[in-house]
Design a protein around this ligand. Structure first.
Ligand SMILES: [Zn+2]
Length: 63
């Protein structure tokens, strides 16, 4: 997915998407221990590191 956002911190349009939780840091429903969990994607500015947005890969798995 191509992110075409401008950094709200420095104005750079050089943003990239990273992934949080390829291992243990998956997003899970706070009330369900047996939730499968889902990876979290973070869109961040390459220039200053400001995080633009976060997105759960598969919201249904995190329920
Ligand atoms: Zn920036």
């Amino acid at each position: 997915m191509k992110a075409e956002k401008k950094c709200r911190n420095c104005g750079s349009s050089s943003v990239s998407e990273g992934m949080v939780g390829s291992g243990h840091a998956n997003v899970k429903n706070i009330n369900k221990n047996l939730s499968i969990g889902s990876k979290l994607f973070v869109t961040f500015c390459i220039n200053c590191g400001e995080v633009q947005s976060m997105r759960v890969e598969n919201p249904k798995k995190a329920l």
